[in-house]
Design a protein around this ligand. Structure first.
Ligand SMILES: N[C@@H](CCC(=O)N[C@@H](CS)C(=O)NCC(=O)O)C(=O)O
Length: 210
């Protein structure tokens, strides 16, 4: 049994989607970041950076923060979603790191300035809207002729997909990135993705682009 500490955000959904895909039993502990529950001492003991997601694996008490590390941990635990073949394994880790260092932080800033604080900082809006488009371009090129980021469905896809699901918040028209749109819509149809998207609560269906 895995204890999952999470909220309805892209980083949180990575882990609920992975747990659903891997069919691992888990118990959800909502951490309402809008009410500063991430700063409670009991959560800090599990997640020293006071951010969701975090897990505790009840089988041996392993505690872990950082969604990229958690995805690797769950893949290792089950032997799925991260190939043991060297080239594929490192390509998967390469694109996982790209998500963690690029897509996550940069699109997070885009949400902050374009969705929540529009009009306050035009320079920042322009900077992060431009960076969002650049990153979508990188992903679009990567998905040319590929079904998934590293050929077969992996933790690289699971890490990236929930951020793309907020394309509307980022002023992105997915029709400008046809390979991303095709990949996004295909993954959105997966039952585990639909289920994991609604953890810890149902805030509406997965957005589907026109
Ligand atoms: N690099 C971390 C980022 C985690 C993160 O930024 N989580 C956000 C929600 S998506 C959070 O907990 N925010 C609370 C806060 O800003 O205080 C990861 O991938 O796990």
């Amino acid at each position: 049994m895995i204890d999952l500490y999470t909220w309805s955000t892209p980083n949180g959904r990575k882990i609920s989607i992975a747990l659903e895909e891997l069919k691992l039993p888990y118990e959800v502990h909502p951490v309402n970041i809008g009410k500063d529950e991430q700063f409670k001492p009991e959560f800090l003991a599990i997640s020293p950076n006071n951010r969701i997601p975090a897990i505790v694996d009840r089988t041996d008490g392993t505690r872990m923060m950082e969604s990229g590390a958690i995805l690797i941990y769950l893949a290792e635990k089950t032997g799925e979603l991260l190939s043991y073949e060297k080239k594929k394994r490192f390509e998967t880790l390469e694109w996982l790191m790209w998500q963690m260092g690029g897509i996550g932080p940069m699109l997070g800033q885009a949400h902050h300035f374009l969705k929540y604080n529009r009009g306050k900082a035009p320079y920042a809006e322009e900077r992060y809207a431009k960076e969002a488009k650049r990153l979508y371009g990188v992903l679009n090129r990567r998905l040319e002729g590929r079904e998934f980021i590293v050929d077969t469905y992996s933790i690289a896809d699971i890490a990236t997909w929930p951020w793309i699901s907020r394309f509307e918040w980022q002023d992105i028209d997915l029709n400008d990135f046809p390979n991303v749109k095709r990949w996004y819509v295909d993954i959105a149809k997966r039952p585990a993705v639909q289920k994991g998207y609604k953890v810890p609560k149902d805030v509406g269906d997965v957005p589907i682009p026109k």
